[in-house]
Design a protein around this ligand. Structure first.
Ligand SMILES: [Ca+2]
Length: 793
C-alpha cells in the first residue's frame, strides 16, 4: 500500500513540471478559428490512439510543433493528417494537446483511458461444451468479439473496461445462460436477469468535484474539491487558472468581448481521476445569465418533438392514398398524416404551447408504392406499406403521400418564423431495392454482401455484423466504405440543408454506418456552417454501450445521439415495481462521464421502435413479453390515472436532466400500444379528456421552466437522494438552481433533503404547488403518489 502512495506522489510532481512547461507558451494565444466549434476531447485507448486532425481542423496545417503533458508520446504520421498517441502510465487523467503554427495555438482536451484490465474466467466443472462464448456490455453483446482461451479446464479472457457494472450472459453450446459461478445478477430491464461483472473505480471521495461559484468583473471563480489542478479552455485555447485553497480563478480573455457566444470549459483533476467538463456559455466577456438570450442556434436549448408524419395529423385529405394490397393490415398502411397537418399544428401554436422549439420530421422522401416485408407469427399475418418512410426510393423527391417540395419549404419557413428548428430524419444506411439509382448501379458492388461466408443470410445481425448486415432482403445496405457511395450519400444529405434550410439531422441506424461516412458528411456540414453562419444539429440513433455510442460523437462526427441507456433506466424505474432509481443515477453519471456534463444527447419519452410507455406504465404490456405480438394480437387500451402520472414522471425527468428532451408524438397525451406498428397509432387533437390535458399541460409547464432556467440548461447535476421510489436531484448554475423531486410510490411521501447551497431559502417557488418548507438547508416537500415537484429560485 505504501509503495502505491509513493508512486502517486512521484506522478504528481512529474505532472506539475509538465504543466509549467506548457504554460510558458501562453504568449501565442491568438484568435484563429480554424477549429469549428468546441474541440471535443480525445479519448485515449488502452494501447495506441489515432487522432484524425481533419476532425478538428478545416485543413490540417503544417504545425511547427504539437505538444502534450508529461507521459504522452505523440507521433505525427506520414500523411500529416493523423497522430498516433501512446502514454507511459504517468499521463494525467485530463490534459491538453497543443498545436502551434506561427503565432497561432490551439488546445484540444485529452482524456487518459479509464479502462482497466479485468480477468474473467468460467469453470465449467464436470460439464463439457463444444463451444463457450460470452456476450455482454463489455463486448457490445457481440460474442465473436471475445475469444475465450481454454486452459487447465477453465475458460479465460481479459477484458479492458472502465469501472462500472457490466451485464453479461454465457453462450454454452450456443444457448444463453447466466454464469453459474457468479452469484451477482443485474436486471436486464425486460423482466429477466443477466450475470453481473462489477469493476470498482476510484473511491467516490477521491473523485474531484467541480462547480462554477461566481464571477467578479472578468474573473470566474470555480470551486473544486479533491483537485490538484484545473484545466480551463476558452473556446479552444487553454487559459491560466490560479489556485487558492479549493477555489480556482480564471480571467475571461479580452478577446471574448468580440464574440456574441463563446464558451468556457473546465476540468478538475487529481492524480487518480478527472471531472467531466463544466461548460459555461459566454455573452461577450460575461457568463450568460439570461436564458432568453439563447436562440434556436444554441443546441443545448433545444426541446424536440418527433413528428411521425403519416401518424401525426391529416391536414389534406386530397393526398390520402393507401397501398392497395389486401395483405396489408390497416395498422401497417398509410393513415393520411402529412406536411399540411404539421403546418396546421405549427399555425395553431401546438408546439409553442408545449415549449417545443425543434421538430424532428420522420423521413419524407419517396418510398415504394407496394407492400414489402411480412409479419407472420402465430397466425397473424401482414405485409407492410412504407408509411414510415424508412425505405427510400429517392434521395431528393418528397413523398406525395405527405406533400410536395413547396409544402416542405412552407413548413420549414413557417417553423423558422416561429423560432423553431426542423431536423430531417435521414436514412444513409440503405435504400429500397427499387431505388432507381441503385437499380442502375447495383452491379458495381454498391452494397455489402447479403450472404455470410457460410452461406447464411446476413440480415438483422445487429451486433455480430454491425457494419454489413441488411435490415431486410429488400433493403440493400450501402457499402459506405466506398468513397463514391459516401460522397453521393453525404451530398444527398447536404441537398436538404442547402435546398430546404433544414436545421440538422436525426441520423437513422448510426452504428451500422462506418465512421468514414460520418466524417465526410460532418466535414461538409462544417464547411456549410462557415458559409451560412448557422449551426446544424446532428443527432444519431445507436442502441449500444456508452463506449460504442460515444465513438460516433465528437468534433469530426455527431453532436450527440439518443441516449437509450438512460431511457431504459428511467422507463424501467418508473414502470416496474421492483426496480428503483439507483440504476437511473448510475446511467446518468455514466452518460456524463462519456458525453460531458452539459452534453446534448437526446432524452426520449419513447420512440417508434419501443412499446408505448403508457402500456408499460399501466402494466397492460409486460416488460418480458413480445410486445410486437402483443400489439398485433390484442387490443391494448388501458389508460388509467396511475399510467398518466407515470408517463408524466418520465417527461418531468427528461425535461430536467442534461441533454435535449425529446417528446415522441402522442406521449404528451399518453397514447398507448404495443410495439411497432401498434406504437404508431394516429395522433388526435380533439376532445382530450382531463388526464390527457393535464399531462400535456405538464409537458408544457416543465419545458417552459427548462427554457427559463440556466441551471436546467447548463447546470451541474447532483444527486441528493435515490431510493426505490424516490429520486431527488439538484441542477445549479452560478446562483440559479432547481431541485427536482420524484415520488414514484403509490403513497404520499414527505421527502426531506439537505441542499448543498449557501443561502437556499430566498424566494423559492414550487412549480406544481405542492406543500414545501425550507429551514436552514433542509428542504421538505410533500409529494402525492406518482408525482413530481420542482423547487427553484
Ligand atoms: Ca393526408
Amino acid at each position: 500500500m505504501k509503495t502505491h502512495i509513493y508512486s502517486l506522489v512521484f506522478i504528481t510532481a512529474f505532472l506539475t513540471l509538465g504543466n509549467q512547461s506548457c504554460r510558458k507558451s501562453k504568449a501565442l494565444f491568438t484568435t484563429d478559428d480554424s477549429i469549428a466549434g468546441l474541440a471535443s476531447p480525445v479519448l485515449m485507448h488502452e494501447t495506441e490512439t489515432m487522432v484524425y486532425l481533419d476532425d478538428y481542423f478545416d485543413d490540417p496545417v503544417d504545425f511547427d510543433s504539437i505538444t502534450g503533458a508529461a507521459g504522452l508520446k505523440i507521433d505525427q504520421n506520414k500523411d500529416k493528417r493523423t497522430l498516433t498517441l501512446t502514454e507511459d502510465g504517468t499521463l494525467a487523467p485530463v490534459s491538453v494537446l497543443s498545436f502551434f503554427s506561427g503565432k497561432t495555438k490551439w488546445d484540444i482536451p485529452l482524456y487518459k483511458t479509464r479502462k482497466k484490465k479485468v480477468p474473467f474466467s468460467f469453470n465449467p466443472g464436470k460439464k463439457t461444451y463444444k463451444t463457450v462464448q460470452i456476450k455482454g456490455d463489455m463486448n457490445a453483446w457481440n460474442p465473436s468479439a471475445t475469444a475465450l482461451q481454454f486452459e487447465n479446464g477453465v475458460y479465460k479472457t481479459d477484458f479492458y473496461v472502465v469501472p462500472g457494472q457490466y451485464g453479461y450472459l454465457l453462450l454454452l453450446d450456443g444457448k444463453e445462460a447466466q454464469d453459474p459461478g457468479n452469484p451477482k445478477k443485474i436486471d436486464n430491464g425486460m423482466g429477466k436477469f443477466n450475470s453481473l461483472l462489477e469493476v470498482p473505480g476510484v473511491p467516490g471521495d477521491r473523485i474531484p468535484s467541480l462547480e462554477v461559484a461566481r464571477y467578479e468583473g472578468n474573473e470566474l471563480i470555480f470551486e473544486a474539491k479533491q483537485a490538484n489542478d484545473l484545466i480551463v479552455l476558452w473556446n479552444n485555447y487553454r487559459i491560466d487558472a490560479v489556485k487558492k485553497g479549493t477555489s480556482f480563478s480564471v480571467t475571461i480573455p479580452e478577446y471574448a468581448e468580440k464574440h456574441d457566444r463563446s464558451f468556457i470549459r473546465a476540468w478538475a483533476y487529481n492524480e487518480l481521476a478527472g471531472t467531466t467538463y463544466v461548460k459555461i456559455p459566454l455573452e461577450k466577456r460575461k457568463p450568460l445569465m439570461d436564458p432568453a438570450k439563447l436562440t434556436r442556434q444554441d443546441k443545448a436549448a433545444n426541446i424536440m418533438y418527433f413528428v411521425f408524419v403519416d401518424r401525426f395529423h391529416n391536414g389534406n385529405t386530397a393526398n390520402d392514398k393507401k397501398i392497395n394490397d389486401p395483405e396489408i393490415h390497416p395498422k401497417a398502411n398509410y393513415l393520411g398524416g402529412d406536411l399540411d397537418g404539421v403546418i396546421q399544428k405549427i399555425k395553431d401554436g401546438y408546439f409553442e404551447k408545449m415549449g417545443i422549439n425543434n421538430i424532428w420530421l420522420s423521413p419524407i422522401v419517396t418510398n415504394p408504392e407496394k407492400a414489402y416485408g411480412l409479419y407472420d407469427v402465430k397466425g397473424i399475418r401482414s405485409k407492410f406499406s412504407a408509411y414510415h418512410g424508412y425505405w427510400p426510393t429517392s434521395f431528393t423527391k418528397v413523398n406525395p403521400h405527405f406533400g410536395d417540395s413547396l409544402k416542405l419549404k412552407e413548413l420549414i419557413d413557417l417553423a423558422h418564423s416561429k423560432n423553431m428548428n426542423v431536423v430531417l430524419d435521414f436514412v444513409a444506411h440503405h435504400v429500397h431495392e427499387t431505388h432507381p439509382v441503385y437499380v442502375a448501379n447495383k452491379d458495381k458492388g454498391w452494397t455489402t454482401d447479403l450472404y455470410l461466408p457460410d452461406g447464411t443470410l446476413n440480415t438483422e445481425k445487429w451486433d455480430e455484423h454491425r457494419l454489413t448486415t441488411w435490415f431486410d432482403v429488400f433493403l440493400p445496405t450501402l457499402n459506405l466504405e466506398k468513397p463514391e457511395i459516401t460522397e453521393m450519400l453525404s451530398d444527398s444529405a447536404m441537398f436538404w440543408l442547402k435546398n430546404y434550410d433544414f436545421d440538422g439531422f436525426r441520423h437513422d441506424a448510426t452504428k451500422h454506418i462506418p465512421e468514414i461516412f460520418w466524417r465526410t458528411l460532418t466535414k461538409k456540414v462544417k464547411a456549410y456552417e462557415k458559409e451560412t453562419g448557422k449551426s446544424y444539429l446532428q443527432l444519431g440513433e445507436t442502441y449500444g454501450t456508452p463506449e460504442l455510442i460515444s465513438s460516433y460523437i465528437g468534433s469530426g462526427m455527431l453532436d450527440g445521439q439518443f441516449d437509450f441507456n438512460v431511457y431504459d433506466a428511467i422507463s424501467t424505474a418508473v414502470t416496474q415495481e421492483q426496480i428503483g432509481f439507483e440504476n437511473v443515477v448510475r446511467r446518468l453519471q455514466q452518460s456524463q462521464e462519456y458525453y460531458g456534463t452539459n452534453h446534448i444527447m437526446g432524452n426520449m419519452s419513447g420512440n417508434q421502435d419501443r412499446t408505448r410507455i403508457m402500456a408499460l406504465a399501466t402494466g397492460e404490456v409486460k416488460p418480458e413479453e413480445d410486445s410486437k405480438y402483443a400489439g398485433w394480437s390484442r387490443s391494448i387500451q388501458l389508460r388509467n390515472e396511475t399510467g398518466f402520472k407515470k408517463v408524466g414522471l418520465i417527461h418531468a425527468i427528461n425535461m430536467t436532466i442534461p441533454g435535449i428532451p425529446v417528446v415522441y408524438y402522442g406521449d404528451e397525451i399518453g397514447l398507448t400500444g404495443g410495439n411497432d406498428p401498434d406504437n404508431r397509432r394516429m395522433m388526435y387533437f380533439d376532445q382530450w379528456n382531463t388526464m390527457e390535458q393535464a399531462l400535456a399541460d405538464d409537458v408544457g409547464l416543465t419545458a417552459k421552466l427548462r427554457k427559463s432556467k440556466m441551471s436546467l440548461l447548463y447546470g451541474n447535476l447532483n444527486f441528493l437522494l435515490a431510493e426505490k421510489d424516490v429520486l431527488v436531484y439538484l441542477r445549479k448554475y452560478f446562483d440559479d438552481f432547481a431541485v427536482i423531486l420524484i415520488n414514484n410510490s403509490n403513497k404520499t411521501r414527505e421527502v426531506s433533503v439537505n441542499l448543498p447551497l449557501n443561502n437556499p431559502s430566498q424566494n423559492l417557488k414550487n412549480l406544481k404547488k405542492q406543500t414545501f418548507s425550507m429551514k436552514g438547508q433542509t428542504l421538505k416537500v410533500k409529494l402525492p403518489a406518482h408525482s413530481f415537484e420542482i423547487i427553484y429560485n
